[in-house]
Design a protein around this ligand. Sequence first.
Ligand code: AMP
Length: 285
Amino acid sequence: MQKLALRWKRQSVRVGFVPTMGYLHAGHLSLVREARKRVGRNGKVVVSIYVNPTQFAPTEDLAKYPRDLKRDLKLCREAGVGVVFTPDDAEMYPGRQNRKSEIGNRESFSTYVVEEQLARVMEGVTRPAHFRGVTTVVVKLFNLVLPDVAVFGQKDFQQAAIIKRMVRDLNFSVKIIVAPTLREADGLAMSSRNKYLDAEQRAQAVILFHALQAAKAAVSQKTISAARLKSDLKEFFTAAPQARLDYVEFFDPETLEPVAQVKLGTQMALAVFVGKTRLIDNARL
Ligand code: AMP
């Protein structure tokens, strides 16, 4: 991939990049369209499909993460993607599983990129090693694809904030675009993980969206304390017995600092277990 990317650089071809874990849906394809818009007809759009092991904890769904490369490639072809980059673990993390990876072992993978501030809250609490895996793989992918523009989804709000911070802190020249969340007809945010839900769980999963709507409605009239809203939302979730609230936070969209008073413009994010499936969503109130 890097050889091709270097050739494009020499030819001044603009490159737009959409990193994904595959099992593509319309949300991913909206990022592809955004990338195309940014690089123009003469530019190249690259989509990577890689289920990155370093962002999964041992207890998480790495092994059963949904995959359908044939379908993904077809969708990419139809969307006018120039190159689909599908590296494997041996290419991305040579020697990572090497049990003898001690000092002096030249085979082992031992360099990670860590954002130390924004990664501590929300997803970082429930999934402590997650963002280290994300920032590391994104840096590796940036170095392989050499994009001018990279498009991420607002659906993963904290991830996008961390990538933007990393790009600023480490002087990457890539421009980061954050594109809106695409939703199903009833409001559930599109996600590859929605495939895990059975019919009953799928029906109840829309409670994430309804919680965002309810909070929006509540603060459209007046400022409310975060503690009060959180306790109201806990109550709200009793309506969906299959759903268990992991966290709900109200925070400043730039710093991710929690706010005591929630008002219009505050960012809200939540994570919810529906059965065993963990779903996230967020919105600007
Ligand atoms: P994933 O394959 O889940 O790692 O997601 C790859 C990219 O697609 C990330 O930047 C996500 O934020 C973005 N994405 C995921 N779901 C959606 C959605 N419903 N709408 C827009 N972008 C999304």
